[in-house]
Ligand binder design. Structure first.
Ligand code: TYD
Ligand code: MG
Length: 454
């Protein structure tokens, strides 16, 4: 007889407790504890993937890595983000809000990878639905198998028979393992299913991609507990109302976490965007006030983005500040700097800020462009269209240097910009004479205004 054990799990962070709690001591969420029955089965079921052999310790010098050949996904963006292709035996968690395009991207990966056997396991859609999606995407493939199944034991049985080179699971929240008696999507199910998949990946050397849904607040619903288990965490983000989607790594054991990929959602699937700067900037006939172009770095890739701002007199007592794609606290800080250090009376104005294209930027190097967009709207004076900015703004109003300035300048020059504002500290130690673009070195906000608006 199997012994039945139960535990209480916080559904938000996965904290485990032997008794019910009103408030989670780990993440402070109220009413998030649910009892989940964890059945510890008798001996024969303990190693769930049953592929396991007892391993012996090896000397590190004797471990060979020759056969750790990465293989390409035939998607240049995804390869770059993964750090140069898929590593054998790796477990990749691919998270994103519902409807953002996770299934579409993974199916495209499955269809594009030619010459290797792929098993796409879907617990969300039927085989017919996936076939329809494949037709919509319009890629032919003879070696991609679809399995509509949610039971992990059945999945492993199929894997054993089929021996795929890559397994895609859509999604972890729909899987259930027979060893755990709670419902699919609950913390203990998600954890157990992921653990089974991890054992399989490590033992067989087959890479596994797991799709996981993310809640509105950005955490992986339930499977926050998964992040530490997997090798790589990819996040697919973007505004569903826009066509652009960003792919980021928040964790990568086999590469950098700075990489960023951009995709465009079309009627025929997702298309990688190789020249993001050109699409993110609106080409206007006339300059408009409130618009400034920032030379930003997203990961290792320079990208020019358009910052739009609107400043107007506050209609009500308390002025509003709203920002899309840029940290609101940082915007408030920059407004305070303008008020205190430069004497602009923005405290009585509504300020709205928007980064074009629905993308989110965290690079502090766009500070100067944000400040200039706000001032341009406030003064109703246009910034010339051939001008761009790359500098951080400090609390004292000083213009601070940014990293990888040469790459930013080269990108701006490539796109035909004629003038670029940079921090004077950036001009030191870097050979800036090789650029044809006119570089204006500034160290204080006042100098920027004099140059821009006279
Ligand atoms: P989907 O991959 O199902 O999202 P997820 O798996 O993350 O929940 O994508 C759903 C959206 O993508 C849906 O609203 C329709 C849109 N879409 C396109 O615009 N073009 C396409 O070719 C496809 C397949 C989907
Ligand atoms: Mg889906």
């Amino acid at each position: 007889m199997a012994k039945t054990k139960s535990s209480f799990f916080c559904q938000s962070c996965g904290y485990q407790s032997v008794k019910w709690l009103g408030k989670c001591p780990s993440c402070d969420t109220w009413n998030s504890f649910i009892e989940e029955i964890t059945v510890k089965e008798t001996k024969n079921n303990s190693g769930s993937t049953s592929l396991g052999k007892a391993r012996k310790p090896l000397l590190i010098n004797e471990i060979t890595v020759e056969n750790e050949q990465r293989f390409s996904t035939n998607d240049a963006e995804l390869d770059r983000i993964l750090g140069g292709g898929i590593v054998p035996g790796s477990l990749v968690l691919f998270g994103g809000e519902p409807g953002i395009g996770k299934s579409t991207l993974m199916l495209q990966v499955a269809l594009q990878a030619k010459g290797i056997k792929i098993l796409y396991v879907s617990g969300e859609e039927s085989e017919q639905q996936i076939r329809m999606r494949a037709e919509r995407v319009g890629i032919q493939n003879d070696t991609c198998f679809i399995l509509a199944e949610t039971n992990t034991q059945n999945i492993f049985k199929q894997i054993e028979q089929n021996e795929p080179n890559l397994v895609i699971i859509d999604s972890i929240q729909t899987l259930h393992s027979a060893f755990i008696e709670s419902s699919p999507g609950s913390v203990s199910q998600v954890r157990e299913c992921a653990a089974e998949l991890m054992r399989f990946a490590k033992e067989s050397g087959t890479p596994v991609f797991i799709i996981g849904h993310i809640t509105k607040d950005g955490s992986l619903a339930g499977p926050k507990v998964l992040e530490h288990m997997v090798d790589t965490v990819l996040q697919f983000e973007g505004d569903r109302n826009y066509v652009y989607r960003l792919l980021r790594t928040t964790k990568n054991r086999f590469g950098s976490t700075n990489e960023l990929g951009i995709y465009e959602m079309r009627g025929t699937g997702l298309r990688a965007v190789s020249n993001p700067s050109e699409i993110l900037i609106t080409h206007r006939d006339e300059p408009t006030s409130g618009v400034a172009i920032a030379a930003s770095m997203e990961g290792l890739r320079p990208m020019l983005i358009e910052i739009q701002s609107l400043v107007s007199s506050a209609a009500y007592g308390t002025p509003q500040r709203a920002s899309t794609g840029f940290d609101l606290r940082r915007l408030n800080m920059l407004l305070a700097v303008l008020e205190k250090r430069c004497g602009f009376r923005l405290g009585v104005k509504d300020v709205f800020l928007n980064i074009a294209g629905g993308i989110k930027v965290e690079d502090p190097g766009i500070d100067l462009a944000v400040v200039c967009a706000v001032l341009s709207s406030n003064e109703d004076l246009c910034i010339p269209q051939d001008t761009c900015f790359a500098a951080e703004v400090g609390l004292t109003g000083e213009i601070r240097p940014v990293n990888r300035i040469e790459q930013r300048i080269a990108e701006a020059e490539k796109l035909g910009f004629k003038r670029m504002f940079i921090s004077s500290y950036n001009s030191k130690g870097v050979d800036l004479n090789k650029f044809k673009i006119k570089l204006i070195s500034v160290s204080k906000m006042e100098e920027v205004f004099t140059h821009l608006f006279g």
